[in-house]
Write a new protein. Structure first.
Length: 100
């Protein structure tokens, strides 16, 4: 069952959702907003554990239902983007990155 809601949202966010929906061939911004809410609430259904090792590695376990995601992370840092053109989808793909 679907429910109708009325809300206010930052206009820039709404326009971004509309553009993304159009780009992905979806019906409208509601599809993007619903997807975002599903992702948001799915994070509460998982349990995350991390362990930092003296070597600098981070071990991470994500428990979701009957599955476990196990990650080894060598480095985690936030960088300021100096050249946005280096991080376009095309540029990243050329460098061997894969969107997941």
């Amino acid at each position: 069952m679907r429910a109708r809601i009325t809300t206010t949202i930052e206009e820039a966010l709404l326009n971004h959702a509309k553009d993304l929906a159009k780009k992905e061939g979806l019906d409208g911004a509601n599809a993007i907003i619903e997807r975002a809410l599903e992702l948001y609430f799915s994070s509460f259904q998982s349990e995350v554990w991390e362990k930092s090792l003296s070597s600098g590695w981070i071990k991470k376990l994500v428990f979701q239902g009957d599955s476990i995601l196990y990650e080894n992370i060598k480095c985690r840092k936030t960088l300021k983007i100096a050249n946005p053109e280096d991080y376009t989808e095309e540029a990243l793909q050329l460098k061997g990155w894969k969107k997941v």
